[in-house]
Write a protein that binds this ligand. Sequence first.
Ligand code: PEP
Ligand code: MN
Length: 338
Amino acid sequence: MIIVMGSDTTDAQLDAVVKKIEAAGLRANISRGIERIVVGAIGDERKLEAEMFTPLPGVESAMHIAKQYKIVSRESHKQDTVIDIAGVPLGGKQIQIIAGPCSVETQEQMDLAARFTHEAGCRLMRGGAFKPRTSPYAFQGHGVEGLDMFRKAAQKYKLPIVTELMDARQLDAFMEYDVDVIQIGTRNMQNFDLLKAVGKINKPIILKRGMSATISEWLMSAEYIAAGGNHNIIFCERGIRTFETAYRNVLDVTAIAVLKKETHLPVIVDPSHAGGKAWMVPALSQAAIAAGADGLLVEMHPSPCDAWCDADQALTPEELKKLMGTLGAIAGAIGRTV
Ligand code: PEP
Ligand code: MN
C-alpha cells in the first residue's frame, strides 16, 4: 500500500502513519518529494485498509498496490485450470455447452430436455429447481422435488447437472442429489455467507456476475469461495445492467478477455440472460466463443412457448442443434473444439 501525504506534513503526523503501518506488522519506507511525501508499506498489505490511513491528519490518499484476490489470480497460478465435472473437462481445449430449461417444470419436460440436450451434443445440463424470481407471486421452482426430477432425467444420458443454490440451508439436499455443479446466481454474487458455505465443499461452483458488479468485485467474490478451500470455480458472464432497453442486459464481451488475463479459472457465458430473446442467442454465443469463453450456459426448452419461466429466451431443440454446428466451426478457427 502507498500512503500519499502533503509536503507540509509535520513529523508527528508522519510518525502516526508509520506507527500504524508497524503496528500491523509491516515496514514503512518514506520517500520525500518536493510536493508530496509517499510512504510505502512493505509486507503483507492485505492486512491494511485505505480507511486506516485516510482519516489521519496530513494524509491525502491511500491505495493498495497488490491485488485483493490471491488464490483466483493468474499471478498465483500461471496455467489455465481445467475443472473436472463428473468426467467432463471445463477450461481446456474442448468448449462445453451447458443446455437446458430455465426451470424444472415436470418430469416429462425434463426427460425431453435431457434427450434434446444429449442429442444436440451437449455434455452438461442446466435447470433451476430453486428460482430467484423478481415477483414473489411468480413460480418459485419445485425445490427439492425439482432436484429429484432433474436427477432422474439427466441420469438416463449420464449428463452432469447444473442448478442454482439460493440458500445454504439447501446444501444438504444438493449433496444428497449429488448436484454436479452448484450455480450461484447473479442476485447472490455478494451473498458472502452463501459464498463461504460453498467454499467449504468440493463441488464445482458457477459464479454468475452480479448485474452491476465490477470485475474486481466479482473476482473478490470468487476469492471468498477459494479462501474456504474450494478452488473449483467457474466464472459466468451473463450481461450487466445499463441504460439500454432494447435487450435484457448488455453482454460484456470485454470481461471475457479481462478475466482470462486476471484469473486461471474457466470463464463461461450465458447468452440467454444477456439478450433475453432467443433470436439473439446465436450471435451472442458466437461472439463469446470467438472472444475466448470456455463454455456457454444456454436455455433450451422442449417447447419454449409453454415454458413457465424465461419463455422468450429459450431456444428450441432444433435451434440448439443448429447452434452447436456453428459453434464447432468458430471453435475450430481458434484451435478449439466443441
Ligand atoms: C438462471 O440461470 O436461471 C438465472 C436466474 O440466471 P441469473 O442469475 O444470471 O439471472
Ligand atoms: Mn432463466
